[in-house]
Design a protein around this ligand. Structure first.
Ligand SMILES: [Zn+2]
Length: 483
């Protein structure tokens, strides 16, 4: 177990690094998801039954676009006959990527200017790149101007794998500089008439196609995703969709299956990454869960069951990432310290001291303080009916106090062993109308269903996606239409 944990931590660290960049591109951060858990399930390899279908771009359309693109490209090249790639970089890796071609088309170079592309290396700063390019002193002064401009901070935080594009005029004065932060997002700094730099964010619109994949889990969800050619981000998004119904830390079984319908982004016919998950199905221990993405008129998107019930529940099943359950809900338990028969009105989740504890649902903190046997304890009231209790805490999260509103998943405190506790664990209670229920089995209330005015649209839209899910499962690699 320790070993697995180390591996998991290593993978998490690498992943975190990778994700740091992705968060620049995607507004919805995934940091709240228990990444570690995805890797804890197992590490032995075995063969997988996989299905993966990529939709190629539609031929006729692509051909026509290509012709247009070639015309425009020729134009750009004619205008900038002196495009040079510095020889310390591999020229074949520069200037020919589909995203670079599109960038050139969208940002044509004036006559007699030249454009240089540089791939950022480990340890690079803007200053180091300027040095390597032997950019003259007058141009070097602009680093300060650039990084202090509004939005300029992006230029002081450059990462390996990103690309910088320099545009020099006929007098070798730097007129423009752009940073490709992701294949789809550029920050373009261009010189203004008063000799300052204006920075703009520029998005490249990819061609979006629909792909389907299916996998059966042999060792871990993560491995199954990998073998189905799904990115780590997509697998985590998948787990996030089902996290209210499936315990991905404790409850993934060999033979569990999933199917997913998702967007794939293309630039000039080359797949550059995945986009949103449009629909997914997960078969966990014989139980089937389906989720369909639906966006309402205000652009608010969420996942719903085929009946329009939200996947998102009003409560998290478990408020902490635990190692094991050290004591179950039991009305007739002998107390481990007091040795008398005392009901155990909650469940004990053993976890290392300091593990964050999250609010199980939206609500209001009604108590945060010390109570004899409980030690440091937080009580949250959720509407009129529900109350949750988090006991033996080592400490409270910053600013936590009574009467403050709290959101589902918000960190409220940390696992400890204050009060009557034999070791670090979270004692968690779930009360309905003042009566203690078993937190592991209590029927959790749903979030509100899809509003009736959207239901018809949802049903219509979901038909196509349900069909795609079925195709993924039945082994057919049918291509879906582009959007
Ligand atoms: Zn307990």
């Amino acid at each position: 177990m320790n070993n697995n944990r180390d591996i998991a931590t290593g993978v998490s660290a690498r992943l975190a690094n990778k994700l740091f960049k992705q968060t620049r591109a995607f507004a919805h951060a995934i940091s709240d998801f228990p990444i570690k858990h995805l890797y804890l399930i197992g590490v032995c390899c075995s063969a997988l039954f996989i299905l993966f279908a990529l939709a190629p771009p539609e031929q006729a359309e692509a051909k026509r676009n290509n012709l247009n693109l070639i015309d425009k490209l020729t134009q750009v090249e004619a205008d900038s006959s002196t495009i040079e790639a510095p020889n310390f970089n591999d020229p074949s890796a520069l200037g020919i990527s589909p995203e670079a071609e599109i960038y050139d088309l969208e940002n044509p170079l004036p006559k007699s200017w030249r454009r240089i592309r540089v791939e950022i290396r480990a340890g690079d700063t803007l200053g180091k790149v300027f040095e390597r390019l032997s950019i003259n002193a007058a141009n070097t002064q602009i680093i300060e101007q650039l990084t202090s401009a509004p939005q300029g901070a992006v230029f002081s935080l450059i990462h390996p794998g990103e690309t910088l594009t320099f545009d020099f005029d006929a007098h070798d004065t730097l007129q423009g500089l752009s940073l490709r932060a992701t294949p789809l997002i550029y920050y373009i700094a261009s010189r203004t008439t008063d000799n300052r730099f204006k920075i703009e964010e520029h998005h490249i619109k990819p061609d979006v196609h629909t792909s389907i994949a299916h996998a059966t889990i042999q060792s871990s969800l993560f491995k199954a995703g990998q073998q189905a050619d799904l990115s780590e981000t997509l697998v985590m998004e998948l787990a996030k969709i089902f996290r209210w119904d499936i315990d991905f830390a404790q409850d993934i079984h060999e033979g569990d299956q999933f199917s997913v319908v998702y967007e794939t982004h293309y630039l000039r016919g080359k797949a550059i990454g995945s986009g949103k998950i449009l629909a997914a199905e997960f078969i966990n221990d014989g139980r089937t869960f389906s989720a369909i993405r639906f966006e309402d008129a205000n652009g608010e998107a969420d996942y719903y069951s085929v009946d329009g019930e939200p996947m998102h529940k009003a409560f998290l099943r478990t408020p902490v990432e635990f190692t094991h359950i050290s004591s179950y809900f039991d009305p007739h338990r002998e107390h481990p310290i007091l040795h008398s028969i005392r009901a155990h009105k909650g469940v004990d989740y053993a976890a290392p001291r300091g593990t964050p504890v999250k609010a199980a649902g939206d609500g209001e903190i009604v108590f945060a303080g010390t109570k004899s046997g409980y030690g440091n304890v937080i009580m949250i009231q959720h509407g009129a009916q529900y109350r949750t209790v988090y006991a033996h805490l080592n400490g409270y999260a910053k600013n936590i106090k009574a009467n403050m509103p709290i959101h589902q998943g918000q960190i409220i405190g940390y696992v400890g062993s204050t009060g009557l506790a034999t070791g670090p664990h979270l004692h968690y209670e779930f009360q309905v109308n003042g009566i203690h229920q078993n937190p592991l089995t209590v029927k959790l209330p749903n979030s509100p269903s899809l509003s009736p005015k959207y239901l018809a649209a949802f049903k219509t839209q979901s038909q196509f996606l349900i069909h795609q899910l079925a195709l993924a499962k039945t082994n057919q690699t049918i291509v879906a239409s582009s959007q």
